[in-house]
Design a binder for this molecule. Structure first.
Ligand code: FAD
Length: 442
C-alpha cells in the first residue's frame, strides 16, 4: 500500500505483524471473505530464528495452499535425535514411529525464505492489503473499531479497522501496551545461535533430522538446512549465562566446546552468519483476547523452542482465530465464548509441551528419553509429542500419563539428584542477553 492512499474505513481486520501467524491469519480471513490490512514493519526477506517445522504443521500449509512451495525451499526432516554426554548411543526418533504418523516428516526452512513465501501468499489473496515497511505505533479504541497509527519508511499513515489482531511476535505490540505480558516463572533460558557451513554429517544419524545435544548447562540444536548450511544454537540456563563476560561470539564458541560430542562435528565448520542472541524468552500474556482484539503466535505466548513448536502454534492458532474472528465480526455477542474457547484449547495444547520443557534439562527426563521403553506404546506417544500432536486426547493422553507417572516414580527413587537439579534451575531475575543482540558483522 502507498501512504498517499486515503485511510480505509472498510477494513474488517488489521493484523500487526507479517510473520507466520500474521500471514496465515490474513490468508485464512481473506478466504472467508474478509478485508484485511496486514502490517509488517520490516521488508521481507528478513532474518528470523526458528527453522525447524513439525509434521503437524504440514496439513495447515496444505490448507493454505503452500505445501509444494514450502517443500521446494525446505530440507526434508524425518525426525529428531538426542545426544547425551552420559549415554553412548544417540536416540533417534523417526516421526514414522508416532502413534498416528501422518504426516511422517516435516521440513527445516530458512526463515527469511519461509516467512517471505507466507507473506507474499497472503498479500496475493483478494482482500488483503499489505503494508510492508510500516510499523504499528499506536492503537486507539473507537466505538466501532480501531484507529491504528503507522510509521512508514517515508511517511506516517493511519488505518481504521473493525477488529485488531496482534501477531507482532516477541515485540508484543499490544501485550506491552496493555502490560499483559508476564515472564514464565519456571523457565528462564536464553539462546545464542548462528549459521555454519560444512558441519560434519556425523552430526545426524538420519539425513535432515534435527539433532539436540545435551551438555552441562543446557542443550545445543543442529538444524540442517538446504545448501549445506546448518543452524546451530545453544540454549542455556541462567546460572551459566550469568558467567558471560566477553563478547557473544567468543562466548558462543566456548559454550559449544563445552559439549565435546557437538564440538567434534563442528570443529571444522565455518560460521557464515553473525552470532545472535535471544534472552529471557519464555513468557505468556495474561489473556489472549480483549475488547475488539486478539493475540496470536508469539505475541501471546512464547515457549522454549526445544520441541520446535513455535511456528506450529502460531499457524494453528491463526487458523482457529480466523474462524472465530469471522463469526464475531457478524455476531459480537459471541466474542467472549468463542475467544475463551480459542484460548483454552491453545493453553491446553501448550501445557502438553510445557510439562516436558520444564523438565527437559533434568537428568531424570534425559534418562527416560535416552532409554525409551515402548511399554504400553509410550515411546510412540513421545514421538507423537515430538511431531506436534498436542491437541489429541484419547490413547495419547493415557500413554503420556503413564510416561509422567514413570518420571515421578524415578524422581522419588533419585531424590538427591533431583533436588540438586531443581536448585540449579531456580529462576534468576533476568539474563543480560537482549533479543537480537548481534555479536559481530561479517
Ligand atoms: C532461539 C529460538 C529458536 C526457535 N526455534 C524454533 C524452531 O526450531 N521451530 C519453531 O517452530 N519455532 C522456533 N522458534 C519460535 C518461532 O521462531 C516463533 O514461535 C515464530 O516465529 C512465531 O511466529 P509469529 O508470527 O508469532 O512471530 P514472528 O515470526 O516473530 O513475526 C512477527 C512479525 O511482526 C513484525 N512486527 C513486530 N512488531 C511490529 C509492529 N509494531 N508493526 C508491524 N510489524 C511488527 C516483525 O517484524 C515480525 O515479522 C524459536 C524461537 C527462538 C527464540
Amino acid at each position: 500500500m502507498e501512504a498517499s492512499e486515503a485511510p480505509s474505513t472498510a477494513i474488517d481486520v488489521a493484523v500487526i505483524g507479517g510473520g507466520p501467524a500474521g500471514s496465515a491469519v490474513s490468508a485464512f480471513l481473506a478466504r472467508l471473505g474478509r478485508r484485511v490490512a496486514l502490517i509488517e514493519k520490516s521488508r521481507h526477506p528478513r532474518f528470523h530464528v526458528g527453522e525447524s517445522l513439525l509434521p503437524s504443521n504440514l496439513p495447515i500449509l496444505e490448507r493454505l495452499g503452500v505445501s509444494e512451495a514450502v517443500a521446494a525451499i525446505g530440507r526434508y526432516k524425518p525426525g529428531a535425535e538426542f545426544v547425551s554426554p552420559h549415554h553412548e548411543q544417540r536416540q533417534v526418533f523417526p516421526f514414522a514411529d508416532a502413534l498416528n504418523p501422518s504426516p511422517d516428516h516435516a521440513y527445516n526452512v530458512t526463515r527469511a525464505e519461509f516467512d517471505e513465501l507466507l507473506l507474499r501468499h497472503a498479500a496475493a489473496a483478494p482482500g488483503v492489503d499489505l503494508w510492508e515497511g510500516y510499523t504499528a505505533t499506536g492503537a486507539e479504541r473507537l466505538p466501532d473499531g480501531w484507529r491504528l497509527t503507522l510509521r512508514g519508511e517515508n511517511a506516517p499513515a493511519e488505518i481504521r479497522a473493525r477488529f485488531l489482531i496482534d501477531a507482532s511476535g516477541r515485540d508484543g505490540f499490544f501485550a506491552k501496551v496493555e502490560s499483559v505480558r508476564q515472564r514464565s516463572p519456571r523457565h528462564n533460558s536464553a539462546a545464542i545461535f548462528a549459521h555454519f557451513r560444512d558441519v560434519s554429517s556425523d552430526a545426524w544419524a538420519a539425513d535432515g533430522s534435527i539433532a539436540i545435544y545435551w551438555f552441562e548447562h543446557g542443550w545445543i540444536w543442529m538444524i540442517p538446512l538446504r545448501n549445506g548450511l546448518t543452524s546451530v544454537g545453544a540454549v542455556s540456563m541462567p546460572d551459566y549465562l550469568k558467567t558471560r563476560k566477553g563478547p557473544l561470539d567468543a562466548f558462543f564458541i566456548e559454550t559449544l566446546k563445552m559439549c565435546p560430542k557437538a564440538w567434534t562435528v563442528l570443529q571444522n565448520a565455518s560460521r557464515v552468519s553473525p552470532v545472535r542472541g535471544a534472552g529471557n524468552y519464555a513468557y505468556t500474556a495474561k489473556k489472549a483476547f480483549g475488547d475488539g482484539y486478539l493475540l496470536l503466535g508469539d505475541a501471546y505466548t512464547f515457549l522454549d523452542p526445544i520441541f520446535s513448536s513455535g511456528i506450529y502454534f502460531a499457524m494453528q492458532s491463526a487458523e482457529r482465530a480466523a474462524e472465530a474472528v469471522n463469526v464475531v465480526l457478524d455476531r459480537p455477542e459471541l466474542a467472549g465464548r468463542l475467544f475463551s474457547r480459542y484460548q483454552r484449547e491453545l493453553d491446553n495444547a501448550m501445557a502438553r509441551l510445557t510439562w516436558f520443557i520444564y523438565r527437559f534439562n533434568s537428568p531424570i527426563l534425559r534418562n527416560l528419553f535416552m532409554k525409551p521403553r515402548n511399554f504400553f506404546a509410550i515411546r510412540k506417544a513421545v514421538v507423537s509429542i515430538l511431531a506436534g500432536d498436542v491437541y489429541r486426547g484419547g490413547t495419547l493422553s493415557l500413554r503420556l500419563a503413564v510416561f509422567k507417572t514413570i518420571f515421578h516414580l524415578s524422581r522419588l527413587a533419585n531424590l538427591r539428584t533431583d533436588r540438586e537439579d531443581r536448585r540449579r534451575r531456580e529462576v534468576l531475575p533476568s539474563i543480560s542477553l537482549p533479543d537480537n543482540e548481534i555479536a559481530d558483522r561479517l
